[in-house]
Ligand binder design. Sequence first.
Ligand SMILES: [Fe+2]
Ligand SMILES: [Fe+2]
Length: 164
Amino acid sequence: MDAIDRLLAEHSQHRRLVAELEAALGRPSVHEVGWNDCAGCDFKRFKEIHRELRERVLDHERREELLLKEALELLEGGADAGRMLEKRHGGVNDLLRLLASVAELYDGSHLHPLRTVVARVREELDSHHEFEEKELFPRLRRDLRPGDMERLARRYEEAAAEGR
Ligand SMILES: [Fe+2]
Ligand SMILES: [Fe+2]
């Protein structure tokens, strides 16, 4: 498993956590209260998953920026892609922060704002994963030399061991 495989496995964890986040809110009823329906909501579970998702995403982004910015500098136009990566991470982080603020305001009966922000988190993460999985990672696999990929793998292990 190389460093990119490890990052891809982390993306799968993020997708699983977003699905769990949605499940914790329960399905909105098509009758009466619709998106504000709280009948199936487990808010305590929602907060636990949100915390885990936020920690894992921040941890992943830190490692990704550390590893990929260095790797991208070896490629033509790679510095721009590195800046784009940081900007996109900022967008994801802003939404996760917004979700925390909206969760603070939850009054036990109005789920609509929470459902709306969770849907935006899903969209933003999906779009970010698509950018990395379809553009960024394939480019690194194609253009980096084998020695660079091995160095990347070692850096991943070091960063993970140091909790970075
Ligand atoms: Fe990623
Ligand atoms: Fe990322």
